[in-house]
Design a protein around this ligand. Structure first.
Ligand SMILES: *[C@@H]1O[C@H](CO)[C@@H](O)[C@H](O)[C@H]1NC(C)=O
Ligand SMILES: *[C@@H]1O[C@H](CO)[C@@H](O)[C@H](O)[C@H]1NC(C)=O
Length: 332
């Protein structure tokens, strides 16, 4: 893939000559096979290819600039590369905005800064389940909340059991969620509290679409009694909580093309507005790399996105992308 891209870069810089359009067709064919793309009709193929070509040029230009030191991250042609930004934001980024004034300010344990490590990666302690792909369903809120609960359950029981986002998608309409059309992290926890449990992923597998609620206590693998919302925009508290509690559900601004096609590196886009959060993800750690602080974040867009499904977002950059705008964790 990298070789093809490098070759493409040369061809594109030679203007789109005959040989480059052949190379472009080859790249398109390889990409559609790799990502199992099947389109309904020829109109759709033409449209998708045009969107994809725009993204190819965007990615090539960005990565050229990254090589020149202008960006700290690279972009790539992942499975979302045939979609427009509007489509991705409409179909995948289903986080509903919460009004913090609706919540009592859950008491946060005071954590002394002396005991907070320089870096944390909860994957190493087995608190993070494998990355999944939400597909064309706005269920990010369900993946984010089960992720936080899985960490707490593992700490309590010693076993990491992936929990069921589908359970939340199908069963929490009453709590104010809308399945694949979006939902709230707080209302996901609200359902688990009210329902007195959530099933495991293996008992109630993910289906990429709304279904009939089939919760059964037989498959119950998680529970929670309360959740706590962190103060708005406070990255210092978020760090302390991630270190002392475990993975934390957060909202982020995932509206930009650079986020959709993120391939790897430190995501630092100053224009990523902290107030426009539309996607739920899971902070599973933090650290510092080449003098830059970052948050280690698990997404639910499969492992071909980002760094095996994860993204490192710049930390201590004034709440970049709203990483600390709405952070919440459950208690058992
Ligand atoms: C082609 O497929 C698209 C996407 O599935 C659909 O919206 C459109 O109506 C189809 N057009 C024709 C002519 O069948
Ligand atoms: C919660 O309390 C903290 C500390 O007292 C405060 O800084 C923060 O703004 C409060 N958060 C909310 C959502 O009211």
């Amino acid at each position: 893939m990298m070789h093809t891209l490098c070759a493409m870069l040369l061809l594109v810089s030679l203007d789109l000559s005959h040989s480059s359009s052949t190379a472009l067709r080859k790249l398109w064919e390889d990409w559609t096979v790799k990502h199992h793309k099947v389109y309904d009709n020829q109109t759709e193929v033409v449209f998708r290819r045009a969107v994809w070509e725009k993204n190819v040029l965007l990615v090539l230009r960005h990565n050229q600039e990254a090589s020149a030191g202008k960006h700290s991250f690279r972009m790539g042609l992942n499975h979302l590369a045939d979609m427009t930004a509007e489509e991705i934001n409409e179909k995948l980024n289903g986080l509903k905005l919460e009004d913090p004034s609706n919540f009592r300010n859950g008491s946060l344990k005071e954590v002394s800064s002396v005991s907070i490590p320089q870096s944390v990666d909860w994957r190493k302690s087995g608190l993070v389940s494998p990355v999944q792909n939400q597909g064309m369903c706005g269920s990010c809120w369900a993946f984010s909340s089960v992720g936080a609960l899985e960490g707490q359950m593992k700490k309590r029981t010693g076993v990491l059991v992936p929990l069921s986002p589908q359970n939340l998608v199908d069963c929490s309409f009453v709590d104010g969620n809308r399945g694949c059309r979006g939902g709230f992290i707080s209302k996901a926890f609200g359902y688990i509290i009210r329902n007195q449990g959530i099933d495991s992923e293996s008992f109630y597998p993910y289906e990429h679409q709304n279904g009939k609620c089939r919760y059964s206590v037989t498959g119950k693998a998680g529970y929670c009694s309360d959740f706590h919302i962190l103060p708005y925009g406070d990255e210092k508290t978020l760090k302390a909580v991630v270190a002392s509690v475990g993975p934390v559900s957060v909202a982020v601004n995932a509206m930009l093309k650079s986020f959709h096609l993120y391939r790897g590196g430190l995501y630092n886009v100053p224009s990523c507005n902290p107030r426009l959060t539309n996607h739920a993800v899971l902070v599973v750690g933090y650290g510092r790399d080449q003098g830059q602080d970052f948050w280690l974040v698990k997404n639910s867009w499969g492992t071909t996105w980002g760094e095996d499904g994860f993204i490192r977002i710049a930390r201590n950059k004034k709440n970049l992308c709203g990483i600390a705008s709405f952070a919440v964790y459950p208690t058992l």
